[in-house]
Design a binder for this molecule. Sequence first.
Ligand code: HMG
Length: 402
Amino acid sequence: MNIGIEALSFYVPRYYLDLAALAAARGVDVDKYCIGLGQEKMAVPPPDEDVITMAANAGTQVLTHVDRNSIDTIMFATESGVDQSKAGAIFVHSLLDLPSTCRAFEIKQACCSSTAALDMAVALVHRHPDKKILIVAADVARYGFCTPGEPTQGAGAVAMVVSSSPRLVQLDNESGSYTEDVMDFWRPNYMDEAVVDGKLSIRTYLHALGESWQGYHRQSGRGLDEFERFCYHLPFTRMGEKAHAHLLAIGAATEGGAVSREPICRVSDSLHYNRQIGNSYTASLYISLSSMLEHADDLSGQRIGLFSYGSGCMASFFSGIVGNRYQEWLTGDLHRDMLGDRVELSYEAYEELYAQSGPITGDCQTPVHDTGQFRLAGITGHKRLYERVGASAAVPEPEPVA
Ligand code: HMG
């Protein structure tokens, strides 16, 4: 049975900071960010935008051509969860008006949980081929102010429908995984910013890529030349280029000779969107996949390789075949317009939003910013209240966010 991705779309907040402005404020050569990290802009969420609103916006887009009543399960992958108990998926289920027969739960392992959700979705569809699974993955990548991680911040959400009509990508059965207990990046419950050993995280990412690829290669017998394109988890786009060079070196060693074809062309189409968004953790790999499908020349029937990395760490290398008429189902214009219509923040406005988007405690009404179709209206009695833009959630006793 063919199973895979039927529909895919992403959403990003309406505000961004140009990294040239951050470089000027930090006294850093802008080339370090633009060339060294390969980033131009980073998405900045306002306080009334969180992982729920971003995921609901992405979900609305992806369900445009899919019957909501066919959705059997919604899985929410995130490492920026808003509650320790209640799944973010239930808020999104409600905002998207999904049927009450549709299950909803949240899943976590750093940036890799969206891929774990994809694996689980494939298994569910295998059991019930008439069902469709909605995966939403959303995150706010937030590091300490003035830290080396700061230029790799970002935010965004993807939504994917997985079914037995894989119009975009039909997934192969083989995948190679790697797990190791390592403290390269983590966020304790009492902290709002990630703690990271940047250099260790890069080394671990590359090591996990090598191990995952070897596992995949042993299972499938496929060599690197059998892939037309590769997509990587992109904390910053240079990481994708480094990863690809590393994979080609490993491939050349294990496959007994040089792997043909120029390396960068096989990854460059996947970098466009992430360069404008920054890290979006669980969403990052699938925004990279969107970028590749929406920028590469015809990939119909071609095999692509995907690498998912989640710090801590768990990683997977897997693959799929691009659908024969996939271009008819892409929403590249929507994505390009969304990125092009964003509002540029001054450095001072970024600093202000950074300070406001810490944890909200107590009752409050969030100030109204430019958002998509949904916003966090406020919190009352420790309950988060979401509203459709233009409709009031009637939050009692407003207290502005500090
Ligand atoms: P840093 O130490 O400030 O940067 O932090 P650097 O000194 O290593 O420089 C970065 C690159 O810019 C280097 O290139 C420099 O040479 C170059 P490289 O040698 O690596 O090829 N450079 C310049 N290039 C041109 N012109 C110049 C110039 N100056 C320097 N003038 C670091 C960099 C990535 C460590 C930091 O931003 C960080 O800690 N980021 C967060 C962690 C991260 O993104 N890790 C990536 C792997 S882990 C991962 O992907 C998982 C994650 O998504 C979380 C999850 O799973 O949930 C993060």
